[in-house]
Design a protein around this ligand. Structure first.
Ligand SMILES: CC(C)(COP(=O)(O)OP(=O)(O)OC[C@H]1O[C@@H](n2cnc3c(N)ncnc32)[C@H](O)[C@@H]1OP(=O)(O)O)[C@@H](O)C(=O)NCCC(=O)NCCS
Length: 245
């Protein structure tokens, strides 16, 4: 499907500097943009349309919104606005020289891009806090992570569970385009560092701990996270060796 898809609420794509959730989630060299709520006039480019030609309108919107965010993020790097088709495996086909990532959930979408000369990969993921029910935890988290979760306050445990999930998905997205590697949830382990008093953004380290074959990607990455309005957003990035951003 091509043309304009227009869901009811109207907002616009905002660059990271003005974005309440994205601000501070990545190093400055990463371009980022987000869209809160619905949007009027999201354009789906012909080169991107094939991926959603049989999709329901909501799916078309989220797909198109991701591409709109991606183009605003590219502009921050001085990159021309280009189409970002979907690969057969669903991962975005970023233009040569860029790495990037897209995420969406009901009422929210974000995209990030960066130079491939600086980063092997970057990833972003958003989840609703409370969406990862306790019945799922033993299938998603390692024994160390489960112990850590049990040690958290009742008030923060749902958010902590969403954070572990988001961090793993963000890391998965960061590594997949260069490795093509499938990772189970217990193949990686997240170590969380909560924000200092008065700060919104926390950090984490994520490491590959499973028996996955070596690939062209570091076995650990950095990430940051924040929560706002019931949404938890996590970032992940791995720098090229010799680059420090
Ligand atoms: C691919 C996956 C990570 C997407 O996450 P999600 O929470 O379902 O959905 P999100 O909205 O956050 O992200 C969807 C976007 O991810 C991107 N994406 C899809 N497959 C991808 C892949 N293999 N690699 C990188 N990005 C991918 C796409 O841009 C997609 O949006 P689009 O189809 O509109 O372009 C998830 O569906 C999945 O397969 N997870 C299993 C693997 C995993 O996470 N393991 C964790 C252990 S490390």
């Amino acid at each position: 499907m091509t043309g304009i898809y227009a869901p009811p609420e109207a907002t616009s794509v905002v660059a990271a500097a003005d974005a309440p959730l994205l601000r501070g989630l990545f190093p400055a060299a990463v371009g980022a943009a987000e869209l809160c709520g619905g949007a009027v006039g999201i354009e789906l480019w012909p080169a991107e349309a094939q991926a959603v030609e049989r999709a329901v309108p909501g799916r078309v919107w989220e797909f198109a919104a991701g591409r709109a965010c991606a183009r605003v993020a590219m502009a921050q790097l001085g990159h021309a606005a280009v189409a970002v088709p979907a690969r057969p495996d669903r991962a975005p086909a970023w233009p040569t020289g860029l790495v990037g990532s897209i995420t969406h959930t009901s009422g929210y979408c974000a995209a990030v891009v960066a130079s491939a000369s600086l980063y092997v990969g970057i990833g972003i993921d958003v989840e609703q806090v409370g969406a990862i029910g306790a019945d799922l935890w033993s299938r998603l988290y390692t024994p160390t992570e489960l112990d850590w979760l049990q040690g958290q306050s009742d008030a923060w445990r749902d958010e902590a569970a969403a954070l572990l999930f988001c961090a793993k998905e963000a890391f998965y997205k960061s590594q997949y385009p260069s490795t093509g590697r499938w990772l189970e949830f217990d193949d990686v382990e997240v170590e969380v560092h909560r924000p200092a008093e008065g700060f919104e953004v926390g950090t984490y380290t994520i490491r590959v701990v499973g028996q996955v074959s070596p690939a062209s990607f570091p076995s650990s990455a950095h990430g940051r996270y924040c929560t706002r309005g019931g949404l938890l957003l996590a970032s992940a990035w791995a720098e090229q060796s010799g680059s420090s951003t």
